[in-house]
Ligand binder design. Structure first.
Ligand code: GL1
Length: 229
């Protein structure tokens, strides 16, 4: 593994907004729900929902709308939102994979790494199947396997366990600020994806996978981030 630090053995990817452009479909469906309830919220506000579980997302949205719901109502409305979301993703294709992501996954694999998915979404496996990415993953941790929402590191710890490594042997790829914090709290190396202003704590921030080589990215990790913990 020339040039690749020996201790890195696994890569853990979030899904929505990291590998597939599905974060916008969550936004469309959550916004539609808020609109039906009589209020609205912005795309910028939606950034705060990124990576949250379905129920945690609904509870945050209800706070914005200053609304109270019983548990039964919450279940009903989260189902309504999910039906809209599932309809939107039913037409996903391999072409919806974000630019460079497929090539990057191949390079990670060629470098001998294990690959895991860690997503709060219960539709994660479906998204991987429809975009034909499922076979790239040695383990899939999704909203069915996790109980605790980020910034709790549970999903990443389960993913590391599933591929058989310790957190310090894995890199987490995350677009959500809370997800970055979750990765750090779990003792992982963390690559933030997106605007560095929103992800100040990540060990490294990249705009996306387009034109990025995996060995090249590793070379950009600071010595400190690769030797911590
Ligand atoms: C849930 C939330 C979404 C999003 C994903 C994680 O997905 O509803 O808004 O935060 O988790 O990316 P789902 O409803 O598909 O379980």
């Amino acid at each position: 593994m020339t040039g690749i630090p020996e201790r890195i053995k696994g890569c853990i990817f979030n899904l929505d907004g990291v590998i597939v452009d599905t974060a916008r479909y969550h936004y469309i469906s959550w916004r539609r729900l808020a609109n039906q309830l009589g209020f609205d919220f912005s795309e910028e506000q939606h950034q705060q929902l990124r990576g949250l579980s379905r129920m945690a997302s609904l509870e945050k949205i209800l706070e914005w709308g200053d609304m109270y719901m019983t548990e039964a109502e919450k279940l009903h409305w989260s189902d309504v939102k999910n039906n809209w979301y599932v309809e939107l993703i039913s037409n996903l294709k391999p072409g919806d994979v974000l630019p460079g992501a497929l090539l990057f996954l191949r390079q990670v694999r060629e470098a001998g790494m294990k690959i895991a998915l860690a997503s709060a979404s219960r539709s994660a496996r479906q998204v991987l199947i429809t975009t034909k990415l499922e076979t790239y993953f040695d383990a899939i941790i999704d909203g069915h396997s996790t109980r605790k929402a980020i910034p709790d590191p549970e999903c990443f710890i389960l993913a590391a366990l599933a591929i058989g490594f310790q957190p310090y042997e894995c890199i987490v790829f995350e677009d959500a600020a809370l997800g970055v914090l979750a990765g750090l709290a779990g003792g992982f190396h963390v690559v933030g994806i997106g605007n560095p202003d929103y992800l100040p704590k990540a060990h490294l921030v990249i705009p996306g996978f387009e034109n990025l080589s995996f060995p090249g990215m590793l070379a950009n990790f600071s010595e400190a981030s690769l030797t911590h913990s």
